[in-house]
Design a protein around this ligand. Structure first.
Ligand SMILES: *Cc1c(COP(=O)(O)O)cnc(C)c1O
Length: 219
């Protein structure tokens, strides 16, 4: 199957109102252009340097989403163009995004990444840390970032009920955020292996790579 065919298949499954981020990390420009020429415009990358190179080389109407873990010293490279940063997992990072966004006179939309999986290795905040951020005076003073929702990754497991439980938990955090901040619209959850469950549990944005572009050689 071609990328265009895979994309069509995935789009048919995803309901209206759920945004598809085509995760193109490690894939060459030609692969991205194949999806682009099929009409797709939203792509996700997990390394700032790779994303910036692709942004420089590819059509400028592409929306680039940073879905990976972000180091503070890399924010400056994407502040000019990034459409949404999914992996905000500390206040220090948020402050750096705000500072870099100000240089470009932009407001950068961000998601707070929540730790919902059992694995220790996955990044993210717990609910107490999220609350601490959103109630702080410092947070209210950040003018060049806008929190628009939350993101999370479920445990890598065959146990569907475990995955469902973790997504359902993230949905409760999303609802909590919606009650406490305005403009909360994005619940980013679901990848190739679990996006059907994520959508059933209320996802508004899925991040799908291998089902569109094929398996990656490395992560
Ligand atoms: C790589 C990646 C994805 C896409 O994974 P697939 O299983 O290929 O769909 C989604 N989200 C994040 C954060 C990723 O790093």
């Amino acid at each position: 199957m071609s990328i265009e065919e895979n994309l069509g298949k995935v789009k048919k499954i995803i309901p209206d109102g759920v945004t598809l981020v085509a995760v193109s990390k490690t894939k060459p420009n030609e692969a991205i252009l194949e999806a682009y020429n099929a009409g797709h415009r939203i792509f996700g990358e997990n390394k700032v340097q790779e994303m910036t190179q692709k942004w420089e080389e590819l059509p400028k109407d592409i929306e680039w989403h940073m879905i990976g873990h972000v180091q503070r010293n890399k924010v400056k490279y994407m502040a000019e163009y990034v459409s949404l940063i999914h992996g905000v997992d500390s206040f220090r990072l948020l402050k750096e995004i705000d500072k870099q966004a100000e240089k470009y006179n932009r407001v950068i939309p961000c998601l707070l990444q929540m730790h919902i999986a059992e694995e220790q290795t996955k990044f993210g905040l717990d609910k107490a840390e999220l609350e601490e951020i959103i109630v702080s005076e410092d947070f209210k003073n950040l003018k060049n970032i806008k929190i628009v929702g939350v993101m999370g990754m479920a445990t890598y497991t065959q146990d569907q009920s475990q995955i469902r439980k973790e997504f359902a938990f993230l949905k409760t955090i999303f609802d909590f955020l919606r009650e406490n901040l305005s403009n909360i619209t994005v619940l980013s959850m679901g990848m190739s292996g679990d996006f059907d469950i994520a959508i059933q549990e209320g996802s508004t944005m899925v991040r799908i790579g291998s089902s569109i572009f094929g398996a990656r050689n490395y992560l």
